[in-house]
Design a protein around this ligand. Structure first.
Ligand code: PLP
Length: 222
């Protein structure tokens, strides 16, 4: 675990340098789905604070087990509209919002004692019908509508492109989305949740501010 963690950190530092971006401008999210709370605790002891989960029930259980830890929790999985209430009260960030109805419910259900919920809009940049996410064409209207919600803080976008081994091809969809967001001219959209274990460097070259790494940190999922 120590070695994997150090290796990922150095990969991030290296790519950030090659991209001529400020040191520390890319945050590591540890994707702990299917992994036990003990793995999260081990990484926490090494200094990791941001963890991301995909499955609500699993995440809530681990949050209970790790209640004594000062973890920032991110949700990155598909969202059913009847599951928004626990998301609104148990997470700091939700990256996978892809329609207005979900954002409205999260805003309504965000408890008063917490700050507005940070969200990213999930964008489908590979344009596959099977994947969730708003299309780039519909992004401007969704951004405008979500930005008006009182208990939401819209921070940026998340993308999960089709797996691709060619480095130049890995970069292309991220670049397209990054430019589309720049064109919206909203400086508050400063978060780009781009990149996983297999395409970290391409994502960082194209503006990732958060990379979501599972396998390369925790090992293969069963
Ligand atoms: C599982 C998952 C990841 C991490 O993927 P790895 O290839 O294990 O790094 C990142 N983002 C999302 C949305 C995921 O579901």
């Amino acid at each position: 675990m120590v070695e994997r963690f150090q290796h990922i950190q150095s990969q991030i530092r290296h790519a950030t340098g090659i991209a001529s971006r400020p040191r520390g401008s890319v945050q590591l999210l540890a994707v702990s789905k299917t992994k036990p709370a003990s793995d999260i605790a081990a990484l926490y002891r090494l200094g990791q604070r941001h963890f991301a989960e995909n499955y609500l029930q699993e995440a809530l259980l681990k949050q209970q087990q790790l209640a004594a830890f000062n973890i920032t929790w991110h949700f990155i999985g598909p969202i059913q509209s009847n599951k928004t209430k626990p998301l609104a009260s148990h997470f700091d960030w939700v990256h996978s919002v892809d329609r207005l109805k979900i954002a409205q419910r999260l805003s309504e259900q965000r408890p008063d004692y917490l700050p507005p919920l940070n969200i990213c809009l999930q964008v489908n940049i590979s344009e596959e019908s099977s994947k969730s996410g708003v299309s780039i064409g519909k992004l401007p209207d969704l951004v405008a509508a979500v930005s008006a919600l009182p208990r939401i803080r819209l921070r940026g976008v998340m993308a999960i492109p089709e797996p691709e081994s060619n480095y130049a091809k890995q970069r292309q969809p991220y670049r397209q989305l990054y430019l589309a967001v720049q064109q919206l001219n909203r400086p508050e959209l400063d978060s780009f949740s781009f990149g996983m274990s297999g395409d970290l460097k391409a994502a960082i070259m194209e503006g990732a501010s958060m990379v979501r790494v599972g396998t390369a940190l925790f090992g293969k999922r069963l």
